[in-house]
Design a protein around this ligand. Structure first.
Ligand code: SF4
Ligand code: SF4
Length: 330
């Protein structure tokens, strides 16, 4: 009886998803205490929730580039965005493939689909191409609005508005009070993610679209040695992003998230590798897990030690901001 090979990516994904889940629970407790009669929280606000504020982080990036001032309101959000960008420059879109909890959720939903229907369905190519461009259009909209449409001083001013200060609280309350059209859209995305592997990441996520374009400069990429390849197509079949690995010499695609599922599937040793075109070093899935998690932890540790992680918003300010979060608009 064949036993399934251990997949380090699954371990990393599950651990990160559990960490994010615990951050979310802590954040709910933190917010709830400020909504109670004592308006005082014994819970520390988990700064990592700022990873769910990508637009605020983009505005912070604009303000930082234009004025040199690093955001003090949601600094962890900017650190997370910068770390995801740096990981993409080095290791392809590995943030999406290894760390992003939405990517993990998407993978989990696709597995439910496989369990229910015996397979995931495929959007026909004629629809796949236009649908894939959606995420780039959404990305272009945000990039042009924030990076081109806002001046540096406007971006810096936005960061200090009450609206931005409670953007994380508003996000939480949006999901807690989800109803009507919002609930319908979320339900539709979940159903489509069960039916079609990586539906959200492949068609809709502007964050992944940005990282994918940046990842095209990465020196690390999947490389196939044609001499030893037996043309079995196991790599193409294993690729969750429908990349034709078996016929490529190197995978340049912005859709490649460095998941290394193709490398794991290849039956011929050293025929398919995740290799640097500069140094020719190749990473096994285990080495990739260490490299991606290690890079992430180093950046978070540096941010924490240098005072670029915790918000400058004080408990006294939260006492006013959180109960009034719904009243702050733009
Ligand atoms: S399976 Fe290979 S080609 Fe496909 S996304 Fe993962 S690393 Fe890239
Ligand atoms: S799985 Fe390996 S041997 Fe099979 S087609 Fe891909 S690179 Fe070639």
């Amino acid at each position: 009886m064949s036993r399934k090979k251990f997949n380090p990516r699954t371990l990393v994904q599950v651990v990160f998803a559990l960490v994010v889940l615990s951050l979310g629970i802590n954040f709910i407790l933190f917010v709830n205490h400020y909504l109670g009669p004592n308006a005082n929280s014994p819970f520390n606000r988990p700064a990592g929730v700022e990873g769910f504020l990508p637009i605020s982080a983009l505005v912070a990036l604009k303000a930082w580039l234009a004025t040199g001032i690093f955001d003090t309101i949601h600094p962890a959000g900017l650190v997370i965005l910068l770390t995801a960008i740096i990981i993409s420059v080095i290791f392809k879109k590995a943030f999406c493939g290894w760390l992003c909890p939405i990517g993990t959720l998407s993978t989990g939903l696709a597995r439910i689909g496989k369990f229910l229907f015996g397979r995931n369905f495929r959007v026909p190519l004629v629809l796949d191409y236009p649908l894939r461009s959606l995420k780039y259009l959404i990305m272009a909209f945000f990039l042009s609005t924030v990076l081109l449409g806002m001046s540096g001083s406007a971006a810096a001013a936005f960061l200090n508005t009450p609206y931005n200060m409670v953007a994380d609280v508003k996000m939480l309350q949006f999901f807690q009070n989800l109803a009507g059209v919002g609930l319908l859209i979320l339900g539709l995305i979940i159903v489509l993610s069960v039916l079609f592997e990586n539906f959200w990441c492949r068609y809709l996520c502007p964050y992944g679209a940005l990282l994918g374009i940046i990842s095209m400069v990465s020196p690390w990429r999947i490389a196939r040695t044609a001499k030893t390849c037996i043309n079995c197509s196991a790599c193409t079949q294993a690729c969750p992003n429908r990349i034709e690995v078996a016929t490529a010499q190197q995978v340049w695609s912005p859709e490649c998230n460095g998941c290394l599922e193709c490398v794991r599937a290849c039956p011929v040793p050293q025929t398919l590798q995740f290799r640097s075109i500069l140094t020719h070093w190749a990473f096994s899935p285990q080495a990739m897990a260490l490299a991606v998690v290690g890079t992430w932890l180093i950046f978070v540790a540096v941010a924490k030690l240098s005072g670029h992680w915790q918000t400058s918003i004080t408990p006294q300010m939260y006492r006013v901001l959180i109960p009034n979060a719904a009243n702050y608009t733009h």
